[in-house]
Design a protein around this ligand. Sequence first.
Ligand SMILES: NC(=O)c1ccc[n+]([C@@H]2O[C@H](COP(=O)([O-])OP(=O)(O)OC[C@H]3O[C@@H](n4cnc5c(N)ncnc54)[C@H](O)[C@@H]3O)[C@@H](O)[C@H]2O)c1
Ligand SMILES: [Zn+2]
Length: 360
Amino acid sequence: MHHIPVELGDRSYNIVVQPELLHSIHEFLNELNHGQTWLMITQPSLYKHFGKELESRLTHHGFRVKTILIPAGETAKSIQQVEELYSKMLQLQCDRSTTLLALGGGVVGDITGFIAATFMRGIQYVQIPTTLLAMVDSSIGGKTGVNLPEGKNLVGAIHQPKMVAIDPTVLKTLPKRELISGLAEVLKYGVIDDYDFFQTVGNGIATILDYGDSSLIEEIVARSCEIKSRIVAEDEHESGIRRVLNYGHTIGHALETSLGYDTIRHGEAIAYGMISAGYISHVRGLLSDDEWLTLQNVIKQLPLPDFEIPKPETLLNVIRRDKKVRAGVLHYVLINGIGNAIIADDVTTKELSRSFEILQ
Ligand SMILES: NC(=O)c1ccc[n+]([C@@H]2O[C@H](COP(=O)([O-])OP(=O)(O)OC[C@H]3O[C@@H](n4cnc5c(N)ncnc54)[C@H](O)[C@@H]3O)[C@@H](O)[C@H]2O)c1
Ligand SMILES: [Zn+2]
């Protein structure tokens, strides 16, 4: 079992990583239970797999639990869905004391977190992530939000959960492609912060994708959470160090936007983005020949579908339209050796363009 504190003063909380945690989660939630309504927000298939049992267990232990199901898929992360949820919550007589349980991947986590940040000016919530990506990334750090027709995550708030409860055994039902997508983010933590961890994950890719070693999966989830929570604790609002978490994400986002979110999974796009950013680091002399080769070899072990990578000009146009870039400088994350991320504000269009070409 791993207890990982996220140190944010009076908003601090724990991430608990423990196999079969869903069977004993009431023990962890007891101290938050004061007889209020607990509202679980999840998706139909996840309710069937884990939610129903969780609901009965909590009810059995004296919790007053209700459930609302939202459709699976990125389109549920919308203002319209948020409005429907507010109405249903009022019908269910939820109030300021209600505590939300986000049981699902990043979509459920982001929308539930956003509801928690805004319903009656803010209520408590607990993250119970069920995808690898949500376990190591989206459930930690309090970023919540929904999409607008104009773009992803354009409306949101930072609102920290009361706890992140991770049961890695739920990954057994996760489709392989989702597992691969999450594994790209796990590798990212090694690339930006911990060379040994990068090697460990790299050596374990085949085993992990086969669900062959549950203790290895538990270890890599816990280590990723440690790295993310340490960085978030240092810079909750992403004005400095938290930016290193965006390694591989400038081009990753450009790929997602130009290919479409239905075509490429987030982690798949990040895998390409990490190679692209590694290339610029190598050309700048920050990454030795050996490390550049290692970086590519490990990332290329992830079984990624073949995509037709858009032309550099197309990707550059997407990056130029990016709100964050238009607002000022492009804060681009490079690596000064594997395990050591740095921010560069002077990456040129020519460098970006070359780094896209090598992906073709
Ligand atoms: N808030 C943040 O800091 C942050 C960070 C990264 C990503 N995100 C957001 O996360 C979202 C993507 O999250 P995701 O990759 O988890 O996708 P997702 O939530 O859409 O989940 C992927 C699919 O897997 C299914 N699923 C989930 N857990 C399962 C399980 N254990 N067994 C079987 N099926 C399961 C879901 O029903 C869904 O169909 C995006 O909207 C992205 O913007 C947020
Ligand atoms: Zn990401």
